[in-house]
Design a binder for this molecule. Structure first.
Ligand SMILES: *Cc1c(COP(=O)(O)O)cnc(C)c1O
Length: 304
């Protein structure tokens, strides 16, 4: 884990649309950072794992839904670092396990299921005390992996940028990735945050993460909330068609929950002349392709 390839490839995405609108669109391939610890989760876990090892914890405990990229990545990262891992999973157990959870178990993760109502309390001190009583001295990483160490890991991606892109685009879940990028944004750069969640509270959530982590908010970010396709993990045929067409054109697989929606939105904004000519855009492919299997299972989505 610690010694894996840590520099992301940045490639340009050529298309008639970008040519016509005279914008340049680049894709940062964080999806290729690691075969098992995918995308932004690799960066978010890096310093968490390091801290757990240095503080001599032997177990990492974290939270997630049954198809969570974070659960999948944490289980793999823990195994590769010789740490034990515990996953607290939202909802009931279903046998046989889905591919995400089965892979986590194969990576040595011990799964515990809690009700959706208990899951909502997971950040409360009383709940965390109960966890400590039940599991002993474990290193706890929050849902989605967002904490100070995650933000530090994300901030390192700046080292992979080959030019001063005018805009950086990133998908939003719990906000740690957006906050980490925002913390190293250049003065003239703007961050476009594509929410994978429905609702108007995402901007406030993001602001509170910036405050918690004492990241100066100069206002050069924008929450784009009209490409969530009905909400988290909701999918529509035009999104599936887009992801399939993108793969045919660029030979790059996108996940449907985050990156498919972000790139759909970016192309739509380019089409609508949102960006001036000569603009350069960098979209961060945050990985998460493992999550497509769950959507194929649950919704019968047909991906090429
Ligand atoms: C977790 C995840 C995100 C969201 O990242 P946050 O830091 O939680 O906002 C985006 N893309 C993928 C593929 C993810 O797995």
């Amino acid at each position: 884990m610690i010694n894996a390839q840590q520099t992301a490839i940045v490639q340009e995405l050529f298309s008639p649309l970008c040519l016509e609108k005279k914008v340049r669109l680049f894709l940062q391939r964080d999806d290729l950072l690691h075969p098992e610890v995918s995308g932004n989760k690799f960066r978010k876990l890096k310093y968490n794992i390091k801290h757990a090892l240095e503080s001599r914890y032997d177990t990492i405990l974290t939270f997630g839904g049954a198809y969570s990229n974070h659960i999948a990545a944490t289980a793999a990262a823990a195994r590769l670092s010789n740490l034990k891992s515990i996953g607290i999973i939202r909802g009931e157990e279903h046998q046989p396990l889905n591919v995400t959870l089965q892979t986590a178990v194969n990576n040595g993760m011990e799964l515990h299921y809690i009700s959706r109502s208990d899951y909502k309390l997971k950040e409360q001190p009383i709940f965390l005390d109960r966890i400590k009583k039940q599991f002993g001295e474990v290193f706890i990483i929050p849902e989605g992996g967002t904490n100070e160490l995650a933000i530090k890991g994300i901030a390192e991606m700046k080292g992979d940028w080959q030019q001063d892109y005018d805009f950086i685009a990133v998908p939003f879940g719990s906000g740690g990735t957006s906050a980490g990028i925002y913390s190293v944004l250049g003065e003239k750069q703007k961050l476009l945050i594509f929410s994978a969640l429905k609702g108007d509270l995402v901007s406030e959530e993001f602001t509170s993460i910036l405050i918690q982590n004492t990241i100066v908010d100069s206002g050069s970010w924008m929450m784009i909330n009209q490409y969530h396709f009905g909400g988290y993990a909701k999918v529509k045929p035009e999104l599936v068609d887009f992801v399939n067409a993108f793969k045919n054109t660029h030979q790059i697989q996108l996940d449907l929950i985050y990156n498919g929606k972000m790139l759909f939105g970016l192309y739509d904004l380019i089409e609508k002349d949102y960006f001036p000519r000569e603009t350069s855009l960098l979209a961060v492919h945050t990985g998460g392709v493992q999550g497509n299997i769950g959507l194929i299972e649950r919704l019968g989505v047909e991906l090429d």
